[in-house]
Design a protein around this ligand. Structure first.
Ligand SMILES: [Zn+2]
Length: 238
């Protein structure tokens, strides 16, 4: 099992690990800081140094409890060898800010409009979008929502994560805002919660900033009506 350091320390940029499995250019480590794509958040990129040679991490995927690192070429290495890991921090930090910004927007929608069902979303390194099930959403209301989200950013709310048992988790109303997420929740033993203090709690496996102050200013980058259950809000952080 790979220890997923990104879940408990999203600010870890470098890590010393050991090889636990090797198959061609694919590598499993005992622990990792590399986030594998999921929940709308893209995979990290970065470098591994093994026995003095540097390799680029070109892809990541989850395989059971492991994270598989795909390298640019087969490394000269064997199980147990030490690996110095470094993620491309600028990209990761951008995806953390965008991920937390989407939760802030969703938290505002949930709290003030009582309608936070998410029907889609994607985080990029320079923008992010969220699709919401709000039939009466229009451009004016989007502006209102983003203004409220920016108030939360300026106020500086703490963002924290914790693991709780699934029974306790299921008592928290609307913990998962996607339909697939709700089904997934019931199949888990423990659930990781991301909380924006005073605003929002969600089941989530992504990486987040520590405080909404780190978001900066959320600006609208596009709004599209893609059907009554799918209004698309695209944002940029400046
Ligand atoms: Zn999320």
């Amino acid at each position: 099992m790979t220890i997923k350091v990104y879940l408990t320390d999203s600010y870890a940029k470098e890590l010393d690990a050991r090889i636990e499995g090797l198959n061609g250019a694919e590598l499993v480590l005992d622990k990792t800081i590399f986030y594998p794509e999921g929940g709308g958040q893209p995979s990290d990129t970065g470098k591994l140094v093994i026995n003095g040679a540097s390799y680029t991490v070109t892809g990541l995927r989850k395989e059971g409890d492991d994270v598989v690192h795909l390298l640019d070429r087969q490394p000269g290495a064997r199980n147990g060898d030490r690996v110095a890991c470094a993620i491309d921090w600028d990209k990761r930090y951008a995806s953390m800010r965008y991920h937390s910004a989407l939760h802030t927007i969703d938290g505002v929608i949930e709290r003030h409009y009582n309608s936070g069902l998410i029907t889609g979303g994607q985080i990029y390194f320079d923008r992010a979008r969220i699709d919401v099930d709000m039939p009466d959403l229009g451009k004016e209301k989007v502006a209102e929502i983003l203004a409220k989200a920016n108030e939360v950013a300026v106020e500086g709310h703490r963002i924290s994560t914790r693991e709780i048992g699934v029974e306790e988790a299921l008592k928290i109303p609307r913990l998962s805002r996607t339909e697939t997420g709700r089904k997934l929740l019931e199949s888990l033993k423990t659930v990781r919660i991301v909380e924006i203090e005073g605003l929002d709690e969600q089941a989530d496996g992504g990486t987040h900033v520590k405080n909404t102050k780190e978001l900066g200013l959320i600006v609208l980058n596009g709004y599209e009506n893609k059907g009554s259950r799918r209004k698309r809000i695209e944002i940029k952080l400046v």
